[in-house]
Design a binder for this molecule. Structure first.
Ligand code: HGY
Ligand code: MN
Ligand code: MN
Length: 424
């Protein structure tokens, strides 16, 4: 077979897996930590990564810009100037000591799809925007989804005043990054001009691996709430204060954490996590007088999650009362469960089947930018298998073969998507 016929007959994106995986692996070098990946919102590492994303988008034939809230917005025009827009993308910020593919794969993979369309000189009956959101993990500031909420028009300007651990406000950090917080409201998309938001993301769970499938269609995204709990007791001498007279904030926190774990085990699908704890003053011979810890609680049904929160509110108050501690429980974040659009799920399943794969539907226990975009337009997600279902861990992994298979499914989805089938 001559190269020419090979080129004519080659399946789109054949052999693209290593390049897609390689793009994400390359972005992993933008980290605040030597030897591990930590890239928080509006950091120098985030800035460096946005520059690399812009370059990749432009090389793929897109225009690209940094918007008022630090998102990278790449655009590939449709066949006609009045065409609506399909938005895709994911986040490029990470948790601490993260895996490389959470979020980032959902930016690199669509870029490869657009590059293929562009190489063929093909335009779709809609424009495609790929957005690299900067704040999905919510690691730096006690708020999150700033980027996707801005696009959806649900960004709360009060969030501009929240501060990071160094006391830098979100507004100051945006200005330092080169953004204009006053322009955020203007980033909101007009829902009449947006067809849908479809996000490609690693599964971060074990189902696709157990089913021996490279991709799956997401049905819904669990709702999530985050809290900061603060316990005030009485610092004291570890050697002189009898146990019965103590107001030990850390022992109180420990009892609450076990109560949280026990409550999380009671409902099918409910999960409750204490991810961070600080005890003060933090000396080996001082009874901790003050403890702060976080609570992350999620469920497929919002009522289930709120019932668990109400139970824990009561339980923790009872523990604090009995131990002579004062407790404050501040709700930092709330996103209700979001269902994926039925027509979009069918179109993803059809693309999966056309690519010779078995369609499978599965829920998302993890939160995503798609939750915020659900306020703007119909949403859907394509999950990609990750090794051992491991995520939020440097052991997170994907294969180039799965990246290629997922890209071929996503490109097939784009090329067969009929905008009128999504008419709302
Ligand atoms: O917490 C989450 O589910 C997401 O990774 N931010
Ligand atoms: Mn994550
Ligand atoms: Mn993610």
């Amino acid at each position: 077979m001559t190269l020419a016929t090979k080129a004519v007959n080659a399946k789109p994106l054949a052999g693209a897996g290593p390049d897609i995986k390689g793009m994400v692996d390359d972005w992993a070098r933008f980290s605040e930590d030597e030897g591990k990946l930590t890239r928080v919102f509006l950091s120098p590492e985030h800035k460096a990564c946005t520059e690399s994303v812009v370059a990749a988008m432009e090389a793929a034939g897109m225009t690209a810009r940094i918007d008022a809230v630090g998102n990278v917005v790449g655009r590939y025009e449709g066949a006609t100037p009045d065409a609506k827009t399909l938005i895709t993308g994911s986040h490029i910020d990470t948790v601490r000591d993260a895996g490389a593919y959470d979020g980032n794969l959902g930016v690199a993979l669509p870029i490869a799809c657009i590059a293929d369309l562009n190489a063929r000189g093909k335009r779709l009956p809609f424009a495609v925007e790929i957005i690299a959101f900067g704040d999905e993990e919510g690691v730096r500031f006690p708020t999150t989804l700033s980027g996707s909420r801005s696009i959806a028009g649900s960004f709360d300007p009060a969030a501009l005043d929240v501060q990071d651990a160094e006391g830098t406000s979100l507004a100051e950090a945006l200005r330092h990054f080169g953004c204009d917080p006053d322009g955020i409201a203007g980033e909101a998309r007009n829902s009449d001009e947006v067809l849908a938001f479809v996000e490609v993301h690693i599964e971060q769970g074990p189902v696709l691996e157990a089913e021996a499938l490279p991709v799956g269609t997401v049905t819904a995204i669990n709702g999530a709430s985050r809290f900061a709990l603060t316990l005030e007791g009485m610092a004291g001498h570890a050697g002189t204060v009898p146990m019965r007279l103590r107001k030990d904030a850390l022992a109180g926190a420990a009892e609450m954490i076990l109560a949280i774990e026990e409550r999380g085990r009671t409902d099918e699908g409910l999960v409750a996590t204490v991810g961070r704890i600080e005890a003060a003053p933090g000396a080996v011979n001082v009874i901790p007088g003050r403890v702060g810890f976080t609570l992350d609680i999620r469920a497929p049904q919002d009522g289930q999650r709120e019932a668990a929160i109400a139970d824990l509110d009561k339980r923790c108050a009872e523990i604090a009362e009995r131990r002579g501690l004062t407790l404050s429980m501040e709700r930092l974040y709330d996103e209700g469960a979001v269902a994926c659009d039925a027509a979009l799920m069918d179109q993803l399943d059809a693309a999966i089947a056309r690519q010779g794969l078995r369609p499978l539907r599965l829920p998302s226990g993890a939160g995503h930018d798609a939750m915020a975009l659900g306020a703007l337009c119909p949403i859907a997600m394509l999950f990609v298998r990750c090794g051992g279902g491991i995520s939020h861990n440097p052991l997170e992994s994907i294969t180039a073969e799965d990246a290629e298979a997922a890209a071929q499914v996503f490109l097939d989805f784009l090329e067969h998507l009929d905008p009128d089938s999504l008419a709302r």
